[in-house]
Design a protein around this ligand. Sequence first.
Ligand code: SAH
Length: 201
Amino acid sequence: MVARLREAGIEDERVLAVMAKLPRHWFLDEAFQDRAYSDDALPIGFGQTLSQPYVVARMTELVLGGNSLERVLEIGTGSGYQSAVLSRFCEQVYSIERIAGLASQVAARLKGLGINNVELRHGDGFSGWEEMAPFDGIVVTAAPGGIPLRVKEQLAIGGRMVVPVGSGRAQTLTLINRGFYRFDEQTIANVTFVPMRDGVR
Ligand code: SAH
């Protein structure tokens, strides 16, 4: 899997090393075990998917920007795989999931891997996580129709946010850099994520 990611253009060797060690099958149901290391998005229940390894690697590389981070916010915990990858580069990861059935599985899963710097919350990511802000990185793993402003405001100066923006298949992975005076936005690639939805369930 990692050799393919390198070929596909992932350059941060630290990200590749972490993904080489982290068991992706640990985050998937029995039925998908044999595809855990293929470069596919896979179902995790409740109509949601664990992103393709390439997309996880690329988003991680983008939010890190070559550094390690102190506090990172993830929106869309899903299986917990992206949280686990981020946990290796950050002092503390905060992750929000709107579907209770998914949110409730992740704590034990991460604990089973000895990961104890991820704080989980069942809630609506459109509000971000105000009490823990500002974040030096924010990763959004579901696609909002536009950049969620409340979340963007929780970015620290010098912080980086990665978010797939748009609806249906017309989504653009966007990198936002918060400078002292303004936010810079850069479009990275076309992507397909599940939609970011309002409210919890
Ligand atoms: N990062 C996940 C990817 C999960 S797919 C992983 O590694 O497995 C995206 C997730 O975002 C889904 O679980 C979906 O329920 C969640 N989501 C969608 N809208 C949300 C919102 N407003 N707040 C929090 N989570 C949301």
